[in-house]
Design a protein around this ligand. Structure first.
Ligand code: LLP
Length: 451
């Protein structure tokens, strides 16, 4: 069982290969668990998006700003930057990554509901393309910080069009009661206010309605609502230069899912704005990276249970959180099945001390201890959402390019995980807290002695 859209993954003489390399050889060389990406697939996915835009007359004015949160490895950001992509960021950390990877700040849009002062400052200094502003309070803050720098900050309001993207509730963002964006009914008044602020330059209108959309209709619904707003803004003398339609285009995680064609989704949107003087921005994340990655893991134990068999593997929810957090489905396949191994139904689980630590449930697999499994479609929101829970060093990341394997992030060592931690001194010596009064220092010291 393999999902569609992973053509870089083939079975040769029964053994799974990523591009030209056999997965058992990668496991041998780099250990497991191991995130493996295909260079060809990453290139093909971005190129497909760019080609869908290039094929449309209105596409010449459209820009792809990859949503860094999906997979923020420097090698991937660098690849996309070299292919001409811009970036959608949601933190100062992501801005730092984009710049470290050679990305162009002038192609960066900055989304997110909680931008801190230092993050706004850094983005203004870097001269990003646009802030996607998510509240009236954030607008004031950006205006104030831009003022101190003697700048005008380019902004869009992230408008919440109240469209149901029909996806998992945790990743639906465009509904009325979501924390994201400004309700569309309130947007006009806030734009009028923004246009009067001395250190704000109104550039665009932005929205992102949700993630993993398998139906394109909600994008069109959102666009229609935004165009009504655009017209109202024009009438009030607030011209809009760009429209940012966010990300959200889904992928087929399961055999029975069909991912919408990129061009089938984009063409109607481009048609609809073709006669307007507008630049467009898209912020795809998952669609560019999900199907370019897999998580390679080794079976540690098979454990028959009461009505359920467990395959206990060396990857866990800290390596791939999506199944535990969303009940998300990832195909799981044996890398090199041996003839004669009986097939049984397994819950594939990790070693973490949580019942929610599963990677897949009720999977028919012919496996033995020490066999390798590939968990598919993990290139987006896999490593990016990983943690070190249970003091599990994060997995190595490998990029396969043809017959080359490159380590793009080393496996962590246990000592890396506690390298920033410090023991308390045995005799309490007050540690001055930044901005603390001597009194507070005394409290800290006496507290340490008391314990
Ligand atoms: N733009 C904004 C403002 C976003 O919030 C997101 C994703 C994107 C673009 C990219 O969306 P995409 O094209 O990847 O669907 N952790 C979840 C997904 C969370 C998505 C959050 N926002 C998951 O594993 O399914």
């Amino acid at each position: 069982m393999m999902p569609p859209d992973m053509p870089f993954l083939t079975r040769r003489q029964g053994v799974l290969h990523v591009e030209e390399l056999a997965l058992p050889e990668l496991a041998q060389a780099f250990g497991t668990p191991c995130h493996v990406y295909s260079h060809a697939a990453l290139c093909a996915n971005l190129r497909a998006f760019q080609a869908a835009l290039g094929a449309h007359p209105a596409g010449a004015r459209a820009r792809v700003c990859y949503a860094v949160k999906a997979n923020s490895n420097l090698a991937i950001l660098n690849l996309f930057a070299r292919m001409g992509a811009g970036f959608d960021i949601v933190s100062g950390g992501e801005l730092a990554r984009v710049l470290a990877a050679g990305g162009d700040a002038g192609k960066v849009v900055f989304s997110g509901v909680g931008k801190r002062r230092a993050e706004i400052h850094a983005a203004l200094v870097a001269k990003i393309l646009c802030f996607n502003v998510e509240s009236a309070a954030e607008l004031e803050r950006i205006n104030e910080i831009a003022g101190t720098l003697g700048k005008r900050a380019p902004i869009s309001l992230r408008v919440n069009p109240d469209v149901d993207p029909q996806t998992h509730p945790y990743i639906a963002t465009g509904l009325k009661r979501a924390k994201f964006g400004v309700p569309i009914d309130a947007a006009l008044a806030l734009y009028e206010h923004a246009a009067r602020l001395p250190h704000i330059r109104v550039e665009g209108v932005d929205c992102h309605i949700g993630s993993q959309l398998l139906d394109c209709a909600p994008f069109m619904e959102a666009l229609e609502r935004l165009l009504v707003l655009l017209d109202a803004l024009e009438k009030r003398g607030i011209p809009i230069r760009h429209l940012d339609l966010g990300g959200g285009l889904g992928v087929a995680y399961r055999q029975d899912e069909v991912a919408p064609e990129i061009s089938a989704c984009l063409a109607p949107l481009l048609d609809r704005v073709a006669d307007r003087n507008l630049d467009l921005i898209f912020e795809p994340g998952r669609r560019l990276t999900a199907q370019a990655g897999l998580l390679l893991t080794r079976v540690e134990y098979l454990k028959p249970g009461d009505g359920v068999n467990f395959a206990i593997v060396d990857a866990a929810m800290n390596d791939l959180l999506r199944p535990a957090l969303y009940g998300a489905w990832h195909e799981i396949v044996a890398v090199a099945p041996k003839t004669g191994t009986p097939t049984a139904i397994y819950d594939v689980v990790g070693p973490i001390c949580e019942s929610g630590d599963f990677l897949g449930q009720k999977r028919a697999l012919a496996i033995e201890p020490d066999d390798l499994l590939a968990i598919l479609s993990t290139g987006a929101y896999g490593m990016a959402m990983s943690s070190q829970y249970n003091t599990r060093p994060r997995a190595v990341e490998i990029m396969v390019r043809g017959n080359e394997a490159h380590v793009i992030r080393q496996r962590e060592e246990a000592a890396d995980l506690y390298a920033l931690e410090r023991l308390l001194p045995t005799r309490a010596t007050p540690v001055p807290l930044a901005g603390s009064t001597p009194d507070t220092d005394k409290n800290v010291a006496s507290h340490a002695q008391m314990c």
